[in-house]
Structure formats: structure tokens, C-alpha cells
Design a protein around this ligand. Structure first.
Ligand code: ZN
Length: 291
């Protein structure tokens, strides 16, 4: 049944998992060299399983996998990085789920995704160990979205008009989600499906798109600006994926929940410190000149 001679080792992040039969789990993993894979972890739901602790959702693991006719079989698993906060803090869990769902949605099997792999790990590490400020965690998602779109060849055009090619000016321009970017006022005014995008929203999108996370993470946006940027990117992603991502709804539900955030702490695991509230160096005003 299993051809033991055909085994391979890989690093992986567990994107999804579900129960299968009485004792097994089916895992969707993401790897740097083989893209996405669906594997089976036999016996991993048994309390005696040595693999169970390693095969937690979002874990960065090293796997030995035996090729098989249906799902390849995980024969050995070792945790490389365990993101404890991504198991105990509901906000962090929902954001990690969203990131993993986007990686799942955009990638395929048997392709190499070294850059997406690095991006995924960077974001999981920041969600796990970051200061935990809600706005900063949201900014990380926006940055992740734009970086993933770029790496997968769907980067929205934010700098030159999609119609005439002229550099966009700091005026109200027109966003066209289906066309994949922005048109100048002359080209966009009469275009069906185009919507106005204000100067501030476009500048923030451009700023996030062209910077590394290290240069962005102190940035503070007004709530209105953050919502506007989120709306553009969410709708753009939905346009591309042609479906609404389940975890996006999850984040929305959390945001609307009036009660204090629920914290699910496993025995012996304390949520990571939310850190100090340092003053971020950047502000929305400081890059309004950067267009
Ligand atoms: Zn134009």
C-alpha cells in the first residue's frame, strides 16, 4: 500500500486540518518547494500519538512523508516553530487563519513558493510575537495582502493610470477592481464599474505596497483610513478569488462583537505579552507627501 522507498522531507506550515475516520487527520500543508499538499496523519487523534503535538494548526514543522496512492502519509514530524499565541489568543488565531486561508486560496500543488513561504512565516512570527495592538495587527494583514498579490502576479496598479499610463496625481482618481487598479480622472470618469478613490486611501495603499514590514509597523492610521484601505483590498481579493473567504467573515464577526475579546488559554500556556505602547515613528501625515 505504502511505498516506503519514496519518502521526502520538507518544512511545512499546517494551513488546515480535519478529522478523518476514527483516528486520523487530513492536513493541508504549505511548503517552500512543493507548494500546497494534502497529507494524512494516521493515528494522530489518538492520545498516544507522538505526532499529535507537532501537527497543530499554523505550526512550522519538519516532516518526513511517504508517498502513497491517495494522500501522502506523514511518518515523522518535528516542530520547528510553535506559535503559542496563535493557539491561545482568539484575535491572533483569526488573523493567522485568514493569512493561511489566503495562502491556501492563491497557491497550488507542486509549485515552488519560496517567497510566499518567507512571507507566511514572517507574518505568523509577527502575529505570534508582536505587541498585539489591534491596529498594527490589521496593518500587518494589509501588508500581507499586498505582498501576496504582488508575489502571485495580481499586484494592483496604484502608480500609473491603467488607461493612459500617466503617473497618477494626488487628486481623486478612479479605482476599478475588475481592471486591477487605478485610472486617472480623465480615463476613469466615464468608465463603467469605476469608483472614486480618495487621495489619502491611495497614498496609504501605495505606501504599504512599496515598503517592507520593518518600515511600516509603527505606522498609525486613522480608523476611517484603515477601514477604507481594508475595504479596497478585501473587495479586490474577493474579485480575484471570486468568492468570499470564510475567515474574513470570522474577523468581521469578531470586530462586531461588543463583548470583551474571549481569551482561550490552554493550561500552562500564557498568551504572549501585548508589549508596551511605544510611539510609532510614522504617522499618516508624514507620508502624505510621498506620492
Ligand atoms: Zn489616464
Amino acid at each position: 500500500m505504502v511505498e516506503r522507498s519514496h519518502s521526502y522531507r520538507t518544512r511545512a506550515v499546517i494551513l488546515r486540518r480535519r478529522n478523518y475516520s476514527d483516528a486520523d487527520r487530513i492536513l493541508t500543508i504549505f511548503t517552500p518547494s512543493f507548494g500546497k499538499r494534502v497529507l494524512i496523519a494516521k493515528g494522530s487523534r489518538k492520545t498516544t500519538s507522538r505526532q499529535a503535538g507537532h501537527l497543530e494548526l499554523f505550526n512550522h514543522v519538519s516532516l518526513l512523508v511517504a508517498q502513497a496512492r491517495t494522500w501522502d502519509i506523514i511518518t515523522e514530524s518535528v516542530t520547528v516553530e510553535s506559535f503559542l499565541r496563535l493557539r491561545s489568543d482568539l484575535d491572533a488565531i483569526s488573523r493567522a487563519a485568514y493569512i493561511c486561508e489566503l495562502v491556501d486560496a492563491f497557491t497550488a500543488e507542486d509549485d515552488e513558493y519560496e517567497a510566499v513561504w518567507e512571507l507566511l512565516l514572517l507574518c505568523l512570527r509577527n502575529l505570534d510575537g508582536g505587541p498585539g495592538r489591534e491596529a498594527e495587527a490589521d496593518l500587518l494583514l494589509r501588508w500581507f495582502e499586498l505582498q501576496l498579490l504582488r508575489l502571485m502576479g495580481f499586484q494592483p496598479e496604484l502608480f500609473a493610470c491603467l488607461g493612459c499610463g500617466e503617473g497618477l496625481q494626488p487628486v481623486e482618481n478612479f479605482l476599478h477592481l475588475n481592471a486591477g487598479g487605478v485610472f486617472c480622472p480623465q480615463c476613469g470618469r466615464t468608465m463603467l464599474g469605476a469608483e472614486l478613490v480618495n487621495v489619502s486611501t491611495l497614498k496609504i495603499l501605495r505606501h504599504i505596497a512599496r515598503n517592507q514590514w520593518e518600515a511600516l509597523h509603527g505606522l498609525q492610521l486613522t480608523h476611517t483610513s484603515a477601514m477604507a484601505v481594508e475595504s479596497v483590498l478585501q473587495r479586490y481579493l474577493v474579485t480575484i478569488l471570486e468568492r468570499r473567504l470564510k475567515s474574513t467573515d470570522f474577523i468581521q464577526r469578531l470586530r462586531q462583537a461588543p463583548l470583551e475579546r474571549i481569551r482561550v488559554e490552554e493550561p500552562g500556556i500564557r498568551a504572549a505579552s501585548r508589549g508596551s505602547s511605544h510611539s510609532p515613528p510614522g504617522s499618516e501625515d508624514s507620508f502624505n507627501e510621498v506620492v
